[in-house]
Write a protein of this length. Sequence first.
Length: 304
Amino acid sequence: MDKRIKKLSLPCPPLLTAKSWAILNANTGELLSGHHEHERREIASLTKVMTAYTAIQIITNLNINVTESKVEASCDASSLNGTTAELEEGDVLSLWDMLHAMLLPSGNDAAYALAEYFGLALVELGLRTTKVVDPIQVFVHEMNRNAKALGMSNTNYANPHGLQNCFNKSSALDVVRLSAAAMRLPLFAEIVSKQKHKCMGQDINSREKAFVWHNTNRLLAKGFSGLKTGITPSAGPCLASSYKDERVNLVMVLLSCKTPEHRWSETIKMKDWSVKMLVKTKEDDEPKKATTFASKKHTKILCC
């Protein structure tokens, strides 16, 4: 995607309670509409979209087998508050399952465990791009490198999970840009489209342990294909969503809605408005194309 996103001037954009929002046409890279989309705000667990994006970039670059590689939850990871995947210290999951543990129930514990795992790998392989050696900070540095590469000029990450931090900020435009890039990664798109994931791991004593996680994104049951929920007291209710059918391919972001429930209704409102505008624009263009073709055909006959 071009780092410069063109914003269209479509009429009558939806009225929403979100303090900032953005709608992207993922097929063209054009911004259909937005409100305060450049404004820097805390984004809560939408941070995990970049955590997953960065993890998948490392997985791809190092050719890591996601089903065979194992990730262990540390004491620090399992002690985190907020939304969790209910991991306990010493729990071991495959990398594939740990990504689900982060993206479906929005596990802060899983996000931290992944950041530790990949940060340590970069340190041990001599691939870190910063002088710091703390695995979490090494990984967060990679998150910020990826943000810069994607042109996310209003973004700075301070942690891998999105818990309240005044230095962990982004904008609706940056999050919608990232979300579109993430949805182009098959591994990411497959995981965030799931409503439920079951798996087997091991506890600290190497005994089998069953896990079941449900996706916090209610819109999956209404035809949406992803992406990620988020909420903290300082960020407010947030939601990144993707919707695709034979007519449109949309990515939408809401930051700081009035209530958690408004996230669902307002995203549907954004989708409905976008579909209406894009279908109308296509219909309006068709007569112009037909007229142009007819004119060219007539001119050709005269020239003969």
